[in-house]
Design a protein around this ligand. Sequence first.
Ligand code: DC
Length: 219
Amino acid sequence: MIIAIDGPAAAGKGTLAQSLAKHFNYAFLDTGRLYRAVGYAVLQAKEDPCDENAATRQARTLDPQNINKILSNPALREEETGKAASKVAAIPSVRAALLDLQRNFAQNPYLENGQPAHGAVLDGRDIGTVVCPKADVKFFVTASDEVRANRRYKELIEAGKTTDYATVLKDIQERDKRDSQRAAAPLRPADDAFILDTSSLNALQVFQSALDYIALNHE
Ligand code: DC
């Protein structure tokens, strides 16, 4: 069983993906972290995330054996890393370098304790369209720009960062634009995705709608 969850930044896909993975005891992969790991490695090497050669080299040297450790680096959560991730993600050779890793995970999912799982939940931008076009269930999780910026702003303030709402809104809109308008695997809902607009729902309501959809369509 493969559950694909796509959508723009801060729409609530990560929260939903983790709740579903926990509920069904499925493995979970936040594919944004892979792009973040590449963006981070490029920044660490003092190179430009838009530089095709630099970004591709970093994507190809991500060690699949060591992936859990690489993806657990807290620096990957930083806004700067997110921005760099969105830039490296527009480069087709970077996407190609990360594709097998994602597909292998979906086909042979394993839990954090290393045990094999009966299913996988992957979240990202192109899971239902490119990585797992045959996924059993596809969600496209979205919300208005303002709601997403507000959520991200609150998260940042709670984490002790100094920022303002207008900057967060502008960053989110820039990132969405880059992610949706790129030629390679742009952010868009798969034709068979269930669109979940979370603008006026809390995390529990989103989870419940997703469970209802799965129960009606796939159990
Ligand atoms: O979900 P996130 O904010 O961690 O993702 C960081 C960036 O990575 C995002 O701006 C676009 C890119 N990304 C992608 O292009 N494809 C994916 N499957 C996941 C993320």
